[in-house]
Ligand binder design. Structure first.
Ligand code: AHR
Length: 496
């Protein structure tokens, strides 16, 4: 039964840990037009760029304060050899991207270009090492090339290639989706490749973790990988909105990104909400072996995975992004915030033109997706202290695919400003919410929100069909105020 008014309780008097800014990270792979034509157009392009990197994309990503970017893959990383992509561009070795459509790449975007991109965006670099076709020596030399300040052979090579100072490299992923290996074999490879990273380099090592609900993998890795070498364990989970009556998981199926009905909408949200079960179960296993919580869970691939847009290369994973995707993002980011004690990083797949992208580009043009706007609404949570929050629930959606109508997470920043992010999943009906504030007296509230029909999206001919709006602020009386949350909506409340 629908609640007449749902109560929202926000208590800044009860604070938990810090919400790691890295939960708002991105993933950028050599896939389709994520890197080439998306991020990188080359110095000679007419599209405004610096060092070949698109300025409109940089500006958009800076605005949402992207904290960390994972690169070069994904699957691509398991065939990547960094030395092919440094040095004079005309001398770089072209490669065939056998992971994604066998397209030829000239390797004009390599280590220097990636670190430049990160600097421009203001994000930390997170590289994924090749532990399948690569060698330990190759990784050791790559890291030395990136981080050596002294007179090593790799530092000299970097200088010859035009970069005097080393870069800071905080995170290295040891492999990607190495699930064709037995966990025991992968654990050995993890140790081997970790030996290519020296403790003086102060780099966090992230081990390849499970695919969705593969709890055996987590358990095996937590038992067999040396905890002193592992700072993070990754988790990959994509929301694929296919539907099987008897099974919430593991059977997945991709469906069109735009052409879906209400049932498809709610089923997609159910799939997305499954992220919380996965996180809690994997965290429970990690807790057994690492009760101090030293090893973080790193959800370094997540997001919706629909069918590619008709007429596009199916290997390029180009999909449109609707309000449904925005709701998935809002629900998922609220889950990450609420689980932020152990979840330390997450990287949505992917930043540009691939899967649940932040931005879409076409020649000179760029479109901000509804998902981008959700990252904008949530950016104040980065590095803020999570606070107690609770919202009364009723269910919405068809009988066999119901989801909670409302979701919330909240934090307090260093200036004592409270930010709460709310999601109304109901496709058709707004929700009346009465907000009860605790912890201190608040006198003003600012409301920004994103809302629209479940299938609404932005495109090159209507870039602002879905955009953030502000609501007339309600009056706070006795630390209480009322707000009507529109249907299919993600909302940010800022309280002072
Ligand atoms: O993000 C697309 C692909 O999904 C990645 O390359 C791979 O790691 C995953 O299967």
């Amino acid at each position: 039964m629908k609640l007449t008014v749902a109560k929202l309780f926000l208590n800044s008097g009860r604070k938990y840990g810090t919400i790691n800014r890295n939960l708002y990270g991105q993933f950028a792979e050599h896939l389709g037009s994520c890197i080439y034509n998306g991020i990188y157009v080359g110095e000679r392009s007419d599209i405004p760029n610096e060092d070949g990197i698109r300025l409109d994309v940089v500006e958009a990503l800076r605005h949402i304060r992207v904290p960390v970017i994972r690169w070069p893959g994904g699957s691509f990383s398991e065939n990547y050899h960094w030395r092919d992509a440094v040095g004079p561009k005309q001398e770089r070795r072209p490669i065939v991207n056998s992971s994604w459509g066998d397209v030829v790449e000239d390797n004009s975007f390599g280590t220097h270009e990636f670190f430049r991109f990160c600097e421009m965006v203001g994000a930390a670099p997170y590289i994924a090492a090749n532990v399948t076709t690569g060698t330990v020596r190759e990784l050791e030399e790559w890291i030395s090339y990136i981080t050596d300040a002294g007179d090593s052979a790799m530092a000299r090579l970097r200088r010859e290639n035009g970069r005097e100072e080393p870069w800071r490299l905080p995170y290295v992923g040891i492999g990607n989706e190495n699930w064709s290996m037995r966990p025991e074999f992968y654990a050995d490879r993890f140790h081997l490749f970790s030996s290519g990273i020296h403790s003086r380099q102060q780099i966090e090592r992230i081990a390849c973790g499970p695919d969705g609900a593969n709890y055996d993998w987590t358990d095996a890795l937590m038992q067999q990988a040396k905890p002193s070498l592992m700072n993070g364990l990754s988790l990959h989970y994509y929301t694929m909105p296919g539907y099987y009556k008897t099974d919430e998981y593991p059977q997945d199926e991709k469906r069109p990104a735009r052409d879906f009905d209400r049932e498809g909408y709610y089923r997609t949200l159910r799939r997305a909400l499954y992220m919380e079960t996965l996180i809690r179960q994997h965290c429970a296993l990690m807790e057994r072996r690492d009760p101090e919580g030293r090893i973080g869970l790193v959800v370094d691939e997540w997001g919706t995975w629909h069918q590619p847009e008709p007429g596009t290369n199916p290997s390029f994973l180009y999909q449109q992004n609707t309000m449904r995707d925005a709701i998935v993002a809002g629900l998922t980011l609220n889950i990450f915030n609420r689980c932020s004690e152990r979840v330390r990083m997450a990287n949505i797949a992917q930043a540009v033109n691939v899967l649940q992208a932040m931005v879409l580009t076409r020649e000179q043009e760029m479109v901000l997706t509804p998902t981008y706007h959700v990252f904008d609404l949530y950016r104040a949570h980065q590095d803020a202290r999570r606070i107690e929050s609770y919202i009364q629930q009723d269910l919405t959606g068809p009988q066999d695919a119901q989801v909670p109508a409302l979701s919330v997470s909240a934090s307090e920043d260093e200036q004592g400003v409270l930010h709460a992010t709310l999601v109304n999943t109901d496709a058709d009906e707004s929700r009346a919410v009465q907000c009860l504030l605790e912890g201190r007296a608040y006198s003003s509230v600012k409301i920004r929100y994103l809302s629209g029909a479940i299938g609404a999206y932005n495109d090159f001919d209507r870039k602002d069909a879905v955009q953030i709006r502000e609501m007339t602020p309600p009056v706070i009386e006795d630390n209480t105020f009322a707000v009507e949350v529109p249907a299919c909506c993600v909302m940010e409340l800022t309280l002072e």
